[in-house]
Design a protein around this ligand. Structure first.
Ligand SMILES: [Fe+2]
Length: 288
């Protein structure tokens, strides 16, 4: 079985769109590798869109606008043409329904920076941007539900679709130190070191994602929501769902033999926000 890799990207603050960083360099590298290997499309779950009740939604707006972002000059994103993939969106809806989800399209959804920030950084030349499908979260933020979403869409990897979860490893907006960004537009100031709870949870995420494979990875990822520092690291659950989506996409029994998760880049922002980037598998496996 050959499978496209899966990325777990921590998108951080809006300024990660406009400012150079180690993470942004890796996003570009991941985009270059995807293009070099004939990526068929991008299927992404972000952290800023959740569907109510039991629903999950797939973006079917043929001409989505972009929600504006603060602290980034509009020239860095406003004119970038988005490339929504409606045929794949409908396939995702059907795959989700087949797996028991109450899934449907949303033809009025406008894209938010959690997803288009990553797209623009991966494919700075819009002419190269692959067709892209966005999947919502569910607003109950049940970890097992989101693992199952990743599992349901995992077969798309066999066709060369690149699945991406865009969230955050340590992402608690209430515990960030915003002053250097607000006063000096410096999101990387790090006037003091990250606090112990942030360092501890960041390490737990790395350990879980790099030391487990297959169903054990899914279990360990869901268990992170019971970690003693989880609520310090994630005041709200929205930026953690990408971890579970990715664990679902790479945590099948058949994935136990695949290359495990690798921490590929990391950028701290605003003292306590840790933007860790992980990749599971590789394109070489697809070529082989
Ligand atoms: Fe975000």
């Amino acid at each position: 079985m050959v499978l496209a890799p899966v990325h777990l990207f921590s998108h951080g603050s809006t300024m990660m769109l406009g400012e150079p960083s180690e993470a942004a360099d890796y996003w570009k590298k991941a985009g270059d590798e995807a293009l070099a290997n004939g990526v068929k499309g991008i299927v992404m779950m972000g952290a800023h869109w959740d569907a109510p009740h039991d629903r999950i939604e797939v973006a079917t707006n043929p001409k989505p606008a972009k929600s504006p972002v603060a602290y980034v000059h509009p020239s860095k994103y406003a004119d970038y043409p988005l490339n929504p993939d409606l045929p794949t969106a409908n396939r995702c809806i059907n795959l989700l329904k087949k797996n028991g989800f109450e899934a449907g399209g949303n033809d009025t959804f406008d894209w938010i920076h959690d997803t288009y920030l990553i797209i623009i950084r991966m494919f700075p030349d819009p002419a190269t941007c692959p067709p892209t499908t966005l999947i919502s979260m569910n607003a109950r933020f049940d970890p097992h539900y989101h693992v199952k979403v990743g599992a349901a869409l995992r077969p798309l990897r066999e066709e060369g679709y690149l699945l991406i979860g865009s969230g955050g490893a340590v992402h608690n907006l209430y515990r960030n130190y915003w002053l250097p960004m607000l006063r000096y537009s410096d999101n990387f100031a790090q006037v003091t070191p990250p606090e112990p709870w942030a360092l501890e949870f960041r390490q737990a995420v790395e350990d879980v994602l790099t030391h487990n494979r297959g169903p054990a990875l899914r279990r360990a990822a869901t268990r992170l929501m019971k970690h003693a520092q989880y609520r310090d690291a994630h005041a709200t659950d929205d930026h953690f769902m990408a971890v579970l989506f990715v664990a679902g996409a790479v945590g099948d029994e058949a994935d136990e033999k695949e290359e495990g998760g690798r921490l590929t880049a990391e950028t701290w922002e605003l003292t306590n926000m840790c933007n860790s980037q992980f990749t599971f598998g590789n394109w070489q496996a697809v070529k082989a």
